[in-house]
Design a binder for this molecule. Structure first.
Ligand SMILES: Nc1ncnc2c1ncn2[C@@H]1O[C@H](COP(=O)(O)OP(=O)(O)OP(=O)(O)O)[C@@H](O)[C@H]1O
Ligand SMILES: [Mg+2]
Length: 510
């Protein structure tokens, strides 16, 4: 593609061209890359300033790998190794270029964006299932998995919302392979960093908004604002020629409802337990093995039975039901779809090696989700409730003592451990979490333990567990690695739990 054509797609025209030769006009661009290591001959390198490094430091590397031009913010030197296009907002430019390079795939299929603090991945997967049951071809991009045309693979990138370049590339593949509906998890980071710009969302869904990622967004207002962006992106005049009416799917029970509503310029479909909600649940029956409820939606009432556990999953189901309904899925298909859902990997997943206590692996890693999960497990547990958890390094530090407090209030015994310490001091993180528990009178050794090594922490919790107790392993869920220092070490809570349970049973029987 000609560079000239690509540049014509920029929402904001370039500020300057740094090139003495004036060769820009007719350059052919073979590929785009924002990581210099991914540059291939004939490529355009987009220099994005990140939190750790600045793409502008890699211009020479990009040139050496064959980049024919680069684009980025004001260059730091006048001695540039390749022609350089200066832009005002490089992230917006990256999204614009990606959309143009891949031929604006989002305009050729229905796109559904799901945002919120918790429940995004679950809700995305539910929506995708319901669409497939209704005979549509859904594609999926979430924290845990990607899917297109029946093929599914794990998301090993550790990014919930990919960069615009990868999103547009995947959307292109989806369109080319016949996907009709793309369901995209849109985190607040992803929205703020323009990763989903150009996704031309037809449907925006919000799960809930609570405390999370405050180090990145600085204030809760800014965080809410980031979530609202998804809804600002819904355009009532957008017509992809697919016969789809843009709608916003809002949670009537959550604070996000009032936050997001003013940003919606499209019809709103509300879901929740609230009587005012157009899609709502009544007669909810929860137990450790699944959930039943009666769903009321415009023009239909259905009995829902699903293996998903916990009240918050009723909310997630309602969000998916509302979305499916908004997209014309029949009520009977919705009920059938939810009945077939086996659960989402690492989300309230039960690990059974024949031990006399219950072990649950869940991805809860925010104060709100930890509290909710413990609240769910409490009435389902006749013995004691134990939890193993931590808090990630180089991420929201404010939540650490809050999580310590929640574990102290909601469990009977807990072990604080590693959860991706990254380059932070592990013991320091554990101490910050512990301080929250100590602030409400709990003491280490009596009420809780701090064991940085996660395997040891899990083994210790199992050793403390008695018959009828529940041990919750929170925070890692489906994740396949743990990041210590700069190293990504293979990890799976479910595998480690199974190994430790087998070890325990051998020890007890010998
Ligand atoms: N609607 C909800 N409200 C509160 N907590 C929820 C809700 N849905 C799920 N959770 C909890 O949050 C955890 C993560 O769920 P899920 O992966 O669906 O959320 P997510 O929003 O995609 O998370 P992330 O931002 O980490 O990608 C679950 O394991 C569960 O503990
Ligand atoms: Mg997710």
């Amino acid at each position: 593609m000609q560079l000239r054509t690509l540049l014509a797609a920029l929402e904001q025209p370039p500020l300057a061209f740094h090139d003495a030769s004036g060769r820009f006009e007719n350059l052919e661009i073979a590929a785009l890359a924002y990581d210099s290591r991914q540059v291939t001959p004939g490529g355009l390198f987009i220099a994005v300033p990140g939190t750790h490094t600045d793409g502008r430091c890699f211009l020479a590397d990009a040139a050496q790998r064959g980049a024919v031009a680069a684009l980025g913010p004001q260059p730091e030197t006048s001695d540039l190794p390749l022609p350089y296009i200066e832009v005002g907002d490089v992230r917006i430019a990256l999204a614009n270029l990606a959309c143009a390079f891949y031929g604006h795939p989002a305009h050729q299929l229905c796109t559904i964006g799901v945002t919120g603090t918790d429940g995004k991945t679950t809700t995305c997967n539910l929506i995708s299932t319901l669409l497939d049951v209704a005979g549509k071809q859904s594609g999926l991009m979430t924290t845990t998995n990607f899917k297109m045309c029946g093929q599914q693979w794990e998301n090993t990138t550790r990014q919930s919302t990919l960069e615009a370049l990868e999103i547009q590339q995947l959307l292109r593949r989806m369109v080319d392979t016949g996907v009709t509906h793309a369901v995209i998890e849109a985190t607040s980071h992803g929205l703020e960093l323009q990763r989903v710009r150009g996704c031309a969302f037809d449907i925006g869904v919000v799960t809930n908004i609570t405390h999370e990622h405050l180090d990145f967004h600085k204030t809760i207002e800014q965080y809410r604002r980031a979530k609202a962006r998804l809804f600002e992106m819904l355009d009532p005049t957008r017509d992809k020629g697919l016969g789809i009416q843009p709608i916003a799917i809002l949670n009537r029970d959550d604070v996000s409802y009032n936050v997001v509503r003013p940003y919606c310029n499209v019809p709103i479909l509300e879901y929740g337990f609230d009587q005012e909600a157009a899609v709502r649940a009544v007669d909810v029956q929860l137990d450790a093995y699944g959930t039943r409820f009666h769903a009321i939606l415009p023009g239909a009432e259905i009995e829902i039975e699903t293996r998903l556990v916990g009240r918050f999953n009723v909310s997630n189901c309602l969000a998916a039901i509302a979305t499916a309904h908004g997209l014309g899925v029949k009520a009977s298909d919705i009920a059938r779809g939810l009945a077939g859902v086996t659960g989402v990997t690492g989300r309230m997943e039960r690990i059974d090696e024949g031990q006399p206590f219950t072990v649950i692996v869940d991805y809860a890693h925010t104060p709100d989700s930890l509290e909710k999960v413990l609240n769910i497990l409490r009435p389902l547990t006749t013995g004691k409730l134990l939890v193993v958890f931590g808090s990630a390094g180089e991420r929201d530090v404010q939540k650490r003592p809050i999580m310590g407090q929640i574990a102290a209030q909601k469990s009977d015994f807990f072990v604080i451990t590693d959860e991706d310490p990254r380059e932070e001091d592990r013991e320091h993180i554990l101490g910050e979490i512990a301080s929250g528990a100590e602030s409400i009178g709990k003491s280490e050794g009596r009420d809780f333990l701090c064991i940085a090594d996660r395997t040891q922490a899990i083994a210790t919790a199992f050793a403390h567990a008695q018959a009828r107790d529940t041990v919750l392993l929170a925070g890692k869920g489906h994740e396949q690695s743990i990041i210590i220092g700069r190293e990504k070490i293979p990890w799976d809570d479910r595998r480690v739990a199974r190994e430790q349970l087998r070890l325990l049973s051998t020890l007890l029987s010998s």
